[in-house]
Design a protein around this ligand. Structure first.
Ligand SMILES: Nc1ncnc2c1ncn2[C@@H]1O[C@H](COP(=O)(O)OP(=O)(O)O)[C@@H](O)[C@H]1O
Ligand SMILES: [Mg+2]
Length: 219
């Protein structure tokens, strides 16, 4: 469970999030939407522990992110997958290596890492591209590598920032199906998006942000 209590975040004089109160239960599928600059990315980064709030606090499974030590935060992050808007793929590593690295840093056994990485790349439809390098892939394929890397560790929580950013409608729906299948396994999924296509095609809970405030929350 993710709980936000009176959460605010500022960048200098700029208020990115203003007094957010929010509860996302384990296993929920939630969209966070709103215009550019509304605070979507900042919200995901705070939940990931990548930013510190100006005030308020976040509990993830009852653990307060303000009070957590660095080693404990690293442990917690093993349970959180993050799909970055700009993918953050390593250009000199193959598709396989880009995904496997998420398990290697946890220190899992090489045999398990190989098996799980193959399995996840099959799931996202990239089995044939394992030996390719990210820059030789299409945007949609790079996106799926980023998703594979986020889900390979079977996270409890999946955070995705504009995961269908520049994709055509067909690919957008394919990525959504992928998120839904991850969700069916019990993962909490939080997707930040301004895509009307996605939002119109869903009946999931949608949180609308406007200038750092929640202006709508439709279950
Ligand atoms: N690193 C940063 N430095 C300064 N201002 C930032 C930074 N990150 C975000 N902001 C500001 O915070 C507000 C919310 O940004 P962001 O969370 O990126 O919105 P969204 O993802 O909804 O487009 C914006 O006004 C943005 O300019
Ligand atoms: Mg953003």
């Amino acid at each position: 469970m993710i709980q936000l209590f009176d959460l605010s975040k500022k960048f200098g004089p700029n208020v990115a999030l203003n007094d957010i109160r929010l509860r996302i239960r384990q296993g929920e599928f939630v969209f966070v939407t709103g215009p550019s600059g509304a605070g979507k990315t900042t919200l995901l980064r705070l939940i990931f522990g990548a930013e510190k709030p100006a005030s308020g606090y976040i509990l993830i499974n009852a653990v307060n992110l303000n009070r957590i030590s660095r080693p404990k935060l690293d442990l917690l992050r093993r349970k959180i997958g993050f799909v970055f808007q700009d993918f953050k793929l390593l250009p000199r590593k193959t598709v396989f290596e880009n995904v496997a690295i998420a398990l290697e840093v946890i220190g899992l056994r090489p045999k398990f890492v190989r098996k799980k990485t193959h399995q996840t790349l099959r799931l996202v439809g990239l089995a044939e591209k394992e030996k390719s390098y990210p820059l030789s892939l299409s945007g949609g394929e790079q996106q799926r590598v980023a998703i594979a890397r986020a889900i390979v560790k079977d996270p409890l929580i999946l955070l995705a920032d504009e995961p269908t950013g520049n994709l055509d409608p067909q690919l957008t729906m394919e990525i959504m199906e992928l998120f839904k299948s991850i969700h069916r396994k019990g993962t909490t999924v939080v997707v930040a998006t301004h895509s009307q296509e996605l939002l119109e095609a869903t009946d999931c809970r949608t949180i609308l942000l406007n200038r750092g405030k929640i202006s709508e929350d439709t279950p």
